[in-house]
Design a protein. Structure first.
Length: 326
């Protein structure tokens, strides 16, 4: 049976690639988004676009009924964007969450999938960070992600299935590109400047190719409810240091990139294990960080991505400052 899915933030970095993927799989998809970065999703007979704010409860009551699944991607993404306007971040990332979940449950949604973040772990010394370890969020962004996970699980029933994914940092090419996440930042610098600025370098960071992230949502959508209800899954392809990411970028660029190391006060470091989603749901990672770098290089070569340091559509903070989102 065809599922009707509503995706909040469906025009974002991940959403703009997830939506066409699901349409190809014969899902009916509604995107609820402010579209502040533009609309990069091609028209499709099974696609409905709704311009709106997840903080608008009356709008949610109109658009959510009639769907089977909510995939909640919408948020102020990453720590720097959040810190630009903490009040805005809290209103979107935390305050709006409980009303959204309540309206979804009351609208007979069968399955609610929440995009949390692996940043909820903070600094961990364990060799592999698994889902059952304590959370030590270092910022309000990651703290609110953790709180929303707790809130969501209190709503779970046999008729309202809830699942949380904790993605690593997503990387690679998207039709709504971001160039403000580590792999993409370093690739952009290397390609256009011939040099990379590495802040710190020894921090371990989990990353995931955007196509693997999309596949993870698809696997969760099609898993038995008894395997995913009230469950949390890490989703990360590779755990390597920022320094090693820089060396990978240099390799893809032909080994001619100058790498500058600079001090950093960002001490987040953790090695995330994704064994649970592999074992419990049979998920397989198919793409590497190097694949993501090649995909970005290809987009630069073909001039699909241009003006890559000035275009605010590639940088969340620049866009938020530009439009003064409140």
């Amino acid at each position: 049976m065809t599922k009707n899915i509503i995706i909040t933030g469906g025009a974002g970095y991940v959403g703009s690639m997830l939506v066409p993927f699901l349409l190809e799989k014969n899902y009916n998809v509604t995107v609820l988004d402010l579209f502040i970065y533009g609309q990069t999703i091609q028209d499709h007979p099974n696609l409905k676009l709704v311009k709106g704010d997840i903080r608008d409860g009356e709008l949610l009551k109109k658009v959510i009924p009639g769907h089977d699944v909510v995939i909640h991607l919408a948020c102020i993404s990453n720590d720097p964007s959040f810190e630009l306007n903490p009040g805005l971040g809290k209103s979107i990332n935390l305050s709006s969450f409980t009303p959204l979940v309540k309206i979804s449950r009351d609208s007979k949604i069968k399955h609610f999938i929440y995009a949390s973040s692996s940043s909820v772990y903070g600094i961990k010394s364990e060799k592999n960070v698994t889902e059952d370890l304590s959370l030590e969020p270092l910022t309000d962004y990651s703290l609110f992600k953790a709180k929303c996970e707790e809130i969501l699980n209190t709503f779970a029933t046999d008729d309202f299935i809830v699942t949380t994914l904790r993605p690593a940092t997503v990387c690679g090419y998207s039709t709504r590109q971001r160039l403000d996440v580590v792999v993409n930042i370093l690739t952009n610098q290397a390609y256009h400047n011939g040099e990379i600025n590495v802040l710190g370098g020894k921090q371990l960071r989990p990353n995931i190719h955007i196509l693997d992230m999309i596949n993870a949502y698809y696997v969760v959508l099609n898993s038995d409810y008894n395997k995913i209800n009230k469950e949390i899954f890490n989703v990360g392809t590779e755990n390597i240091s920022v320094e090693d990411i820089a060396y990978l970028v240099n390799e893809v660029m032909g080994g001619k990139v100058k790498i500058n190391f600079k001090d950093s006060n960002d001490n987040r470091s953790y090695h995330v294990s994704s064994d649970k989603i592999k074992k419990n749901l049979g998920f397989e990672f198919k793409f590497s960080i190097k694949d993501a770098i090649y995909d970005l290089k290809n987009a630069f070569d073909k001039k699909i991505l241009v003006n890559t340091f000035q275009n605010s559509n590639y940088f969340n903070i620049k866009k938020m400052q530009e439009i003064n989102l409140v």
